[in-house]
Design a protein. Structure first.
Ligand code: SF4
Length: 375
């Protein structure tokens, strides 16, 4: 059964019922287990688990320290293009939003990457909207070949591609792929993605597996929190993470927890998870996926990000710019593109690193070497 079929199975319906109906006994049973079933995870993200959040967080912290040590890996996104053919109703890059559009030239992308490297980063995430006319495989491979000697790990968050295209990117030096499903609720997905290739729910779901088959070392997934019911989304993300970890055991699953932020689109989410909900989701995810990277971006504010250090997060961005040209470009080098969303943590990378160190954790700029991945 592939993951799309799993989503439509009786099993996933039963798990969603479990979220709704879980009681204290279910939560305590889950906390008593060494290895969680997905049904146990459902209990841990249910409303019945709210009084147990400290216990869940304590366990999450212990597992994280045992598996990863007292380290937090730092990365920075490099937006290479904000062109997009899709009309996602929540996104500042949506085709119908009137922002300045820009695709960096190869030289501009290298200059932006140099600015990121000068801040200390050795892990970089290349991000774009979804428009194949601008962000092509040759375009990306040329950028990546120029960045290989500057960065220990290069990941991409771009439009879904074919397995062969991912193979070309892996051969050029791409190590990681992130494709967020946004919402795992297929009916809701259709209403949020009214036009463009992204409207194809299954195609998006299949793309991360194409990346796994192509040899991506890191497979990043997540739901955009604020679209669907966060507890159900959490269950689907955990199921998806387990599925990918089993199927692509050579790769590492990475889970992100993006909450919707304000953008030029002015989308109003029906219900955003609170900070406490987010902590519950992250810590429960650690119990369900002990070996997964759990990722926190600058969508969240400094106070919350700092409080999550040591609880389960293992990778965080810092000093992020969410527009093409945001790091280095000035009037002399040309106009910048519009941003995707406003960040909530404006601290410089060095300040984020100092906050991590102040918590007794080591900020790690490089913890991966692609030569090791080939062993
Ligand atoms: S979420 Fe992605 S695909 Fe959708 S409009 Fe934004 S950049 Fe385009």
């Amino acid at each position: 059964m592939n993951f799309y079929e799993q989503i439509h199975s009786m099993y996933s319906n039963a798990i969603r019922e479990r979220v709704k109906n879980a009681n204290a006994a279910d939560v305590e049973r889950a906390l008593g287990r060494e290895h969680l079933e997905i049904a146990d995870f459902a209990a841990l993200v249910s409303p019945a688990a709210a009084p147990y959040i400290e216990e869940i967080a304590r366990r999450s912290a212990a597992i994280t320290e045992r598996r990863f040590g007292r380290v937090i890996q730092l990365y920075a996104p490099l937006y290479v293009s904000n062109e997009c053919v899709n009309k996602c109703v929540y996104c500042g890059f949506s085709h119908e939003v009137g922002i300045p559009r820009l695709t960096l030239t190869i030289e501009q992308a290298i200059a932006e990457a140099d600015a990121i490297a000068s801040l200390g980063f050795r892990h970089i995430l290349l991000v774009s909207g979804e428009d194949r006319r601008y962000v092509t495989v040759p375009y990306l491979t040329e950028i990546v070949r120029n960045l290989n000697n500057k960065f220990a790990a290069i990941s991409i968050e771009i439009q879904p591609m074919s397995e062969d295209e991912y193979r070309e990117l892996v051969a050029a030096g791409v190590d990681g792929l992130a494709i967020y499903q946004e919402t795992y609720d297929e009916a809701l997905y259709k209403t949020l993605h009214p036009a463009g290739p992204k409207r194809n729910y299954k195609n998006r779901l299949d793309a991360i597996e194409a990346g796994g088959r192509a040899g991506m070392h890191s497979l990043g997934i997540g739901a955009l929190l604020g679209l669907g019911d966060w507890r159900n989304e959490a269950v689907m993300v955990a199921m998806h993470g387990r599925y990918l970890a089993r199927k692509f055991w050579r790769s590492r699953v990475a889970v992100s927890f993006p909450r919707i932020r304000g953008s030029a689109h002015k989308f109003q989410p029906k219900s955003l998870p609170t900070d406490a909900d987010l902590v519950q989701m992250i810590c429960a995810m650690r119990l369900a996926l002990p070996d997964a990277e759990l990722v926190m971006s600058t969508r969240e504010n400094a106070r919350l990000r700092d409080s999550l250090i040591g609880l389960g997060i293992t990778r965080t961005s810092a000093g992020s710019k969410t527009n093409p040209g945001g790091y280095e470009m000035d009037e002399a080098s040309g106009p910048k593109g519009g941003e995707q969303f406003a960040v909530s943590d404006p601290r410089k990378p060095a300040e984020v690193a100092a906050a991590i160190a102040a918590k007794g954790y080591e900020p790690v700029w490089k913890d991966f070497d692609r030569t090791l991945a080939k062993c």
